[in-house]
Design a protein around this ligand. Structure first.
Ligand code: COI
Length: 363
């Protein structure tokens, strides 16, 4: 039913694109001209529209600010070699957004409306898609509570917004990472699997402490024994042990990464053994000392594949120099090539926006 919903499109009078330096695109700074929005009122989503991006006027009593009903996604669109925009796995992103919504007692957003709206937005903003191989149009769907109310209960109204940002790489260098043995991120039964704002807010203090000591990021550990690895601050984490790749299994405490899932597909397709399992830090350290832990890398939409140059655990540095990043470089290229439409998309992960604005009246 929602594939037929009307989406009103209102264009900006004057685009800002001429003010943007596409040769210098730090992550998260520049926004395109338009956003997709919808409102949840009286138990249903309505007011679907693409409109000029502008600040929202929000009452100080807005419940999202007080009680944390705020969830988001991060996804990417790029241009294929023919210059046509391609979205990467948008169906998985709306599925994950709705899983986050369910856990935070927020309403489902209809998949058909999401796909239709995001395709129209990207088609409208296609001139903003940067051309560099590691650049992209980063899409940030966000759902927030909008009831004005003091007192803890789920909001009855919500807003969904999709913003678009032309971005370069999230990380410009390999990462020096600290295994965190005091603070925790997620527990089984908690909200670790949800992309909810509070998970990121709670991570800031321990991450800043690590940065003060010269680290770029932390690796979170399961909270009972601080023995099993969970994920890195902004991405999932993978280890190459000789010719096998291991990664923490999804327990509900960690984010079910879409890049993580894509990499596992690619590795299995290449015949490389992969294991989603409990990853014991002591076993990693022992393997490193035996020369069997060859590579460590992060996997996320923003980060894509991030090489780890050092993993620090309780006084011990596990260093990985650039000559060891053989498999992670190959994976990064493979996922980038599929995303950019340069090689066969055998799993049907990319979605074209072609035709998304046909028959749409733009005012
Ligand atoms: C993403 O990878 O898209 C995220 O949302 C992570 C965030 C830290 C930028």
């Amino acid at each position: 039913m929602y594939q037929d919903i009307p989406i009103k499109v209102t264009r900006v009078a004057q685009s800002r694109i001429g003010q943007v330096d596409f040769n210098n695109l730090p992550f998260g700074v520049e926004f395109t001209d338009h956003m997709f929005t919808a409102d949840y009122i009286d138990g249903e989503w309505q007011n679907f529209q693409i409109e000029p991006l502008k600040p929202l006027s929000i009452h100080p009593g807005n419940m999202a600010w007080h009680y944390g009903q705020a969830i988001f996604e991060g996804m990417k669109a790029v241009l294929n070699p023919e210059g046509q925009p391609l979205l990467f796995r948008p169906d998985k992103h709306i599925e994950r957004l709705n899983n986050s919504a369910y856990r935070m007692r927020m309403p489902d957003f209809p998949k058909e409306a999401f796909l239709k709206g995001i395709k129209m937005l990207v088609e409208l903003e296609k001139h903003w898609i940067p051309k560099g191989e590691q650049s992209a149009l980063y899409l940030r769907p966000l759902m927030i509570a909008t009831d004005v109310h003091v007192g803890v209960r789920p909001s009855k109204t919500y807003k969904l917004i999709i913003m678009a940002l032309p971005v370069g790489p999230y990380y410009n260098k390999p990462l020096n990472v600290l295994v965190q043995t005091k603070y925790i991120r997620g527990v089984e039964g908690g909200v670790g699997f949800a992309k909810t704002a509070g998970n990121y807010g709670a991570a800031m203090y321990p991450t800043e402490l690590a940065k003060e000591k010269g680290y770029d990021q932390v690796v979170w550990m399961e909270p009972k024994e601080f023995r099993y690895v969970q994920e890195a601050g902004t991405m999932n984490i993978m280890f190459r042990l000789k010719d096998k790749v291991v990664t923490p299994m999804l327990t509900g405490a960690i984010l079910p990464g879409i890049t993580r899932d894509s990499i596992l597909h690619i590795l299995r397709d290449w015949g490389i053994p992969v294991s989603e399992q409990k990853v014991d830090i002591n076993e990693l350290l022992a393997a490193y000392k035996r020369g069997e832990l060859i590579e460590c890398f992060g996997a996320g939409t923003a980060a894509v594949v991030a090489h780890v140059s050092n993993l620090h655990y309780e006084g011990f540095d596990m260093g990985f120099d650039a000559s060891s990043w053989e498999l992670s470089k190959k994976i990064k290229q493979a996922i980038t090539d599929i995303r950019n439409g340069k090689v066969e998309d055998k799993w049907g992960w990319t979605m074209s926006t072609a035709g998304a604005l046909e028959e749409v009246v733009i005012s």
